[in-house]
Design a protein around this ligand. Structure first.
Ligand SMILES: [Fe+2]
Ligand SMILES: [Fe+2]
Length: 480
């Protein structure tokens, strides 16, 4: 995986292979309408479909056809039919829609027999316009033991980030919230599949990570604000998304390309995937771990690597995702775990371990620690820079989340309480963020104004940072 230019070439190549798959699949469906199952006339069309699938898998891509807003996509690439392919495109899309199939994915283990059974299901099920049609189709696949073709329901992806109705979601905050919850759902889907030992499908995750990157590049700082959400039931999902956002924020600061950012985001999103193998009783334990429990817990980076190795084919992208999962507890001086002779941490490993620690230390559910206020967490981490954390990346991290990170609870000299909403972009004014007043000088809760402390008219300065837990304030409320 090189520059963005090579991505373009790869997309073109994938589009060419996708087009071939659609056309061969069309011929196969048509042939199946005219001949009985098992007829020799099916041999050539079946072989062509299979070849097309194999060719895509050889390039470590997913052999999936998706219907989206009147287009067909192969993987993430939109297919543009030429006049020769138009009939095939419309027919395949029409058939998929009739059975409410939004996407179909041929897994690497699929064979000619399964593909044959699959196309005959189109003849066996009456396509009445009801959600039941799709259910019947799935049941029939089960009965006929078609296990290596996966279906997505049409409309399932309707709320994907790229489907946003811009009029409805013009609000920056609403967009950030939406993309955050979509990322949670994508990561939970993958983690649940990982728990069940199923093949990991990362298509959706890749899409949401790209959405996060677009938001970050559009300088919508609300996304970082959302990482203050601490009270989600599933700590690991929340943590994964937060580590992803914070890692991307660092990656953006060091000027990584969009493609590298996507790889970093994926690596960060799945850095703790090995936790899907750790018993919940240990994972959710609210008291100190015993030595045995610690030992089990410390297996999660290696367990994660094993999970990620099962990704369809190993390409450069998966290799980099894996390094993030493997290295995030190793530390720069290798005093962490797993204890293995290791020479050098990868850039992704160094970035993710900073984001991971920051989110872990400031949240309440990791390793039964008491959460630290963001500025205390940063001071604690800064004291370990050079040994545990890469000192330059650490400085960059502070630079991008600010010395009073978004979500910090502050006491002003006016004796008002406020929450940091946005950092000042002017480095000279690092200690003068934009804040929202949440309690007046008498301590009475107010839904107060947003004040720019850098504005001389505000007449207020920061006196000290406070621990939101001590005041029983859930700062994420001000962002969600
Ligand atoms: Fe971890
Ligand atoms: Fe983690």
């Amino acid at each position: 995986m090189g520059s963005d230019i090579s991505t373009e070439q790869q997309d073109r190549e994938l589009a060419r292979m996708g087009k071939a798959l659609v056309i061969h699949f069309f011929v196969l469906l048509k042939t199946a309408q005219n001949y009985k199952e098992g007829h020799a006339a099916l041999n050539a069309p079946l072989a062509n479909v299979l070849n097309a699938i194999r060719e895509i898998h050889k390039r470590n891509e997913e052999a999936s056809i998706t219907v989206k807003r009147g287009y067909l996509l192969i993987g993430e690439v939109r297919l543009k039919p030429d006049s020769a392919g138009l009939e095939a495109f419309n027919f395949v899309m029409g058939e998929m829609k009739r059975y409410l199939i939004g996407g179909l994915c041929f897994l690497p283990a699929v064979d000619a027999e399964e593909v044959q059974k699959f196309v005959y299901i189109f003849n066996e099920i009456e396509p009445i316009p009801s959600p039941q049609t799709h259910v019947k189709f799935l049941e029939r696949m089960q009965q006929r033991q078609v296990f290596n073709i996966e279906l997505e329901t049409l409309g399932e992806d309707d709320d994907e980030y790229d489907e946003f109705d811009e009029n409805e979601l013009t609000d920056k905050k609403a967009r950030s919230r939406k993309i955050y919850s979509q990322t949670i759902s994508a990561v939970s889907e993958v983690m649940d599949n990982a728990k069940l030992g199923q093949t990991l499908r990362l298509r959706k995750s890749k899409r949401v990570v790209q959405g996060l990157i677009d938001q970050l590049l559009a300088a919508e700082t609300n996304l970082i604000g959302l990482t203050t959400i601490r009270c989600h039931d599933e700590y690991t999902y929340n943590h994964s998304v937060n580590v992803c956002i914070l890692s991307l924020a660092i990656g953006q600061r060091i000027g990584l390309s969009k493609q590298k950012l996507c790889e970093l985001g994926m690596s960060a999103l799945f850095h703790d995937i090995g936790k899907s193998e750790i018993p919940l009783a240990i994972l959710n334990k609210s008291t100190e771990f015993s030595r045995e429990e610690w030992e089990i817990m410390q297996q999660h980076p290696l367990l994660g690597v094993k999970k990620l190795m099962k990704l369809k084919g190993l390409d450069a992208l998966s290799a980099r995702i894996i390094s993030g999962a493997f290295e995030h507890h190793l530390y720069c001086d290798f005093s962490g775990y797993p204890r293995l002779p290791y020479k050098r941490l990868s850039l992704f490993g160094r970035i993710i371990s900073i984001a991971d620690c920051y989110d872990g230390v400031t949240s309440s559910r990791v390793y039964s620690r008491i959460p630290h206020a963001p500025d205390k967490a940063l001071r604690f981490m800064m004291s370990r820079a050079g040994k545990i954390y890469d000192p330059i990346l650490m400085k960059l991290f502070i630079n991008c989340i600010g010395i009073y990170p978004i979500g910090t609870l502050l006491l002003l000299d006016s004796q008002e309480l406020c929450v940091v909403m946005e950092n000042n972009t002017d480095p000279e004014k690092w200690n003068q963020p934009r804040v929202k007043i949440i309690a007046d000088a008498t301590g009475k809760e107010v839904s107060g104004e947003t004040v720019d402390l850098a504005d001389p008219k505000s007449g207020r300065t920061v006196q000290e940072t406070l621990d939101p837990n001590q005041y029983q304030i859930n700062v994420s409320n001000y962002f969600a």
